[in-house]
Design a protein around this ligand. Structure first.
Ligand code: AMP
Length: 173
């Protein structure tokens, strides 16, 4: 285990992007070489030697965490994007927001039946986004070994929404 206090690199920004939200800003962590390396290691660690074939990152901060985690695990990176961004044939999943709905997409040929994948994002709050990604990957036939997050807002109960056996987070609030 690294002795670096990763939590001290997360900046709390009250009332962003709107009143009442305490935003957990990870840019100070990204900007520090030791903290960045330790954070990537800590996200990847439980999933070493588990036969993971692809890391799946969710737009957009999930890409920042997902790409180095894929390198750490020796896998490639699959990206799940907001609607309309991916150029080739996609599979899509619509999910509920506080007001209205949103859509995420993945290339239809990114993940094959039985592929062992690890879902990665920067932060899990309500779990709505990650749960939609789980549905998308399940539709594609993937075997989701687990989900890994740098930050978990535990009070919001997001991990339950995923319905996965293994949900890993490094910094919990
Ligand atoms: P959710 O679908 O509620 O789990 O939230 C998904 C995404 O929203 C996360 O990947 C974060 O990028 C962002 N997010 C939600 N709440 C916060 C917060 N308090 N601080 C920073 N980012 C957040």
């Amino acid at each position: 285990m690294s002795s670096i206090d990763l939590r001290s690199f997360i900046r709390d920004v009250p009332d962003h992007p709107k009143e009442g939200i305490l935003f957990r800003d990870l840019t100070p962590l990204l900007e520090d070489p030791q903290a960045l390396r330790a954070a990537v290691e800590a996200v990847a660690e439980p999933f070493r030697n588990q036969g993971i074939e692809q890391v799946v990152g969710i737009e957009s901060r999930g890409f920042i965490v997902g790409a180095p985690v894929a390198l750490a695990l020796g896998t490639g990176l699959v990206i799940i994007r907001k609607a309309g961004k991916l150029p080739h044939e996609v599979v899509r999943e619509e999910y509920a927001l506080e007001y209205g709905t949103d859509v995420i997409e993945m290339h239809a040929d990114s993940v094959g039946p039985g592929h062992k994948v690890l879902l990665v994002d920067d932060l899990i709050a309500t779990g709505g986004t990650a749960a939609a990604a789980v549905k998308l990957l399940t539709k594609a036939g993937a075997e989701i070994v687990g989900a890994a997050f740098l930050i978990e807002l535990a009070d919001l109960g997001g991990r339950k929404a995923l319905g996965l056996d293994r949900v890993h987070s490094v910094i919990t609030y």
